[in-house]
Design a protein. Structure first.
Length: 260
């Protein structure tokens, strides 16, 4: 939920995103505008080349919106990238909602991909209203968070497939590489879990990577340092990444050299 040119748009890291959100909530007055967006993701294909998104003002103030579409890809490191695109058609691009009012935004795609899914995001951003009250003395933080709705444009033939390309423990650091070898994204709503057990099967370490999407053809690497006290007890490490279509899992036997 991000000035862009035809080059890549900077993406907030998870920590920065969390801090930005906290600052936004702290800076907003109690009468701040609120709104909902539905649905929260869109899927288009040759049978449904257009859809609709509903914006509803659930607050007490009028809200002005601007919308923008971007192509969404992931680079060689698995980081999200956004580029200008004319492939997504939508209307209206700017709208105003009175309290309790809803408006429908029509969204469509110019072409359906032949073999591999294409992914986009529709950014919905509230246009800030002038503050009628003078700001208090001192520093003030104003953060405008925008929603980025995923748009998945699917090919005629679906081939979801992922793999654990690598999993290893060395120097007390665990490294995992996931790869999407299919022709469409997969989504891991529960993230990726790593569980370490001792020789008796008791859990001595647990880590969750809160990642959701891996796009077609993308590869992501995850790392975590395991505390020495826990690493010394490890006998196995279990990896699980459950998507809508399948579950990727692996059990790794741990030797003492992996902790050194």
């Amino acid at each position: 939920m991000t000035t862009t040119t035809s080059t890549h748009v900077p993406v907030l890291t998870p920590l920065v995103a969390i801090l930005a959100a906290l600052c936004a909530f702290a800076a907003l007055p109690s009468h701040a505008s609120e709104y909902t967006v539905s649905p929260m993701r869109m899927e288009l294909d040759r049978d449904a080349r257009s859809t609709a998104v509903t914006l509803t003002n659930t607050g007490s103030d009028r809200i002005e919106f601007q919308l923008r579409s971007m192509e969404w890809t992931q680079d060689a490191e698995g980081k999200d990238r956004y580029d200008e695109t004319a492939e997504i058609v939508f209307f209206p691009k700017i709208l105003s909602l009175a309290p309790s009012e809803s408006r429908v935004v029509r969204v469509g795609v110019r072409a359906i991909p032949a073999t591999t899914e294409r992914t986009f995001r529709l950014f919905v951003e509230k246009i800030p209203s002038p503050n009628p009250e003078p700001l208090p003395a001192g520093a003030n933080v104003a953060v405008n968070i925008r929603f980025a709705l995923p748009i998945f444009v699917k090919p005629p033939v679906h081939r979801p497939q992922g793999e654990i390309a690598a999993a290893a423990l060395a120097g007390g650091e665990f490294a995992l590489v996931l790869k999407n070898v299919g022709n469409e994204h997969f989504r891991m709503d529960d993230g990726i879990t790593l569980t370490g057990r001792n020789a008796q099967g008791a859990e001595v370490f647990a880590q969750k990577f809160d990642d959701r999407y891996l796009l077609a053809g993308a590869t992501k690497r995850y790392t975590v340092a395991i505390p020495k006290s826990a690493c010394a007890q490890l006998a196995t490490l279990e990896i699980a990444a459950k998507s809508e279509q399948f579950t990727l899992s692996r059990r790794l036997d741990v030797s003492r050299t992996g902790c050194e």
